[in-house]
Design a protein around this ligand. Sequence first.
Ligand SMILES: [Zn+2]
Length: 533
Amino acid sequence: MIYVNQVGYVCDGTKHATISGSKGYSLYSEDAKLLESGAVAKLVPDDNSGEETAVIDFSKITTPGRYYFSDEQGNKSAVFTIAKDERELYGAALHDALKMFYFQRCGMELEEKYAGRYRHKACHLQKAFYLDDPQRRVDLCGGWHDAGDYGRYVTAGAVALGHLLYAYEMMPEGFAAQLGIPESGNGIPDILNECRYELDWILKMQDADGGVHHKATSLNFVGFVMPEDDELDITITPVSSLATADLAAIMAMASRVYAPFDREYAGVLKAAAIKAGEWLTVHPEFLFRNPEEVHTGTYEDRCDADERLWAAAELYRLTGEEKHLSVIRSILELKLNMTALGWADVAGFAGLSILTAEKGCFEEWLIDRFRDSWLDEADRLVKIAQGNAFELAFHPSNFVWGSNMNVLTNAMVLAVAHHLSGKAEYLLTMEYQLDYIFGRNAVDKSYVTGYGERAFRDPHNRPTIADGIEDPIPGYVSGGPNRGACDSKANAELLKGVAPMKCYADHNLSYSTNEITIYWNSPLVFVLAYLMQ
Ligand SMILES: [Zn+2]
């Protein structure tokens, strides 16, 4: 087999494919004209895929067009494009990866003029009840459905917003195109219009004393129905230090980002951030509890130091108050993963805040500390990628639940390291991680719906299952291979003796390998925007 980036490559860029099981290959134009034949020198065992593999470098092919490879056994690769530049290659994918958040909107009708055939009625309009006082109700309408279910979680939402808003701050010119959402044309970039929909919901999760509730979900997961047909009651779970710190961080940041467009709104965000910061000072202890009667996703996290670090960095940028610097100093004594950008570990967002701050905001030693961490991590990733023919910065143990998020946040680390240093190999390795997402992997699938001849089609996503439309909404990222897959579909079909990169089922029952979430799409938005700038 020959695995390619099924979206494609740019004419003047490096172009790599991965060949497995045979040395000889031929390259054809889409209309089956043989362009060249060649062979790799040797195949090497690959621990991630369990295959004998090598890299095919076809960078010298520079003519725009459509192509495919064939190996010695006649196995054809997916057809791919060679495009004139990154914008032509990935422009539509960036648009759809960002439009995904509109399709995740809760509490409003998705009208045909914006959602096309994926329109649906408004959902989850009822007030939520408190577990300890079920007669008491609170309005929590709005926000994004977190994933393939209809829960809404502050921590997951703040992380997705972090990927998107730092992307906007670093690359505002990459987000000029309109998304075709209800707010389009109001003079504010659509990425900010879309993020505001989630920010407004997160504000509703905050109590008067500044504390922030962890999530709003039903007690159990609903069946495979459209969101407007979900009649389960919604509860609001207790305040957590994780959600409160994440709110402080993202509201402080958003107050800066929205200020040029809407000063009054920026003031509301600032007040919420400061109130959450005060709550964190009064409550220095870790606080998180998922009540046992609530059986939806817990997003359990055992450490809030990284959330507090992110909050302190953004609150310091917001207020300049010394107390936030002392929080940063004391947390830096801990051994945190300083570049983590996932749903549980968020210290990398503190890094993004500090590394992209205006000059003079943070002291040099602090900037150097984060810069060194990012460059060290990027060097580590480059080295791992150079050790396998997929050029993926993964070891077998990295194929965990939501592995594609880690592929994409690794790509973010490489993008930021390239931004800081200008070193070409960071950018190149970042592109190889995208190649993997778009099909240069041992299941021969693009993990983005609608992008690639062999893109995955059957996500664990309730609207996609229930809407009666054969094609999934385009632009959704799959969770990807999970060597610990724990759903019956994945277990039955996959787990026995299968290599980590292949522990994946394109099946809507395989929630542990093929679900979708907001924070798996958001790092793709960041990486595509970086590549296209
Ligand atoms: Zn909803």
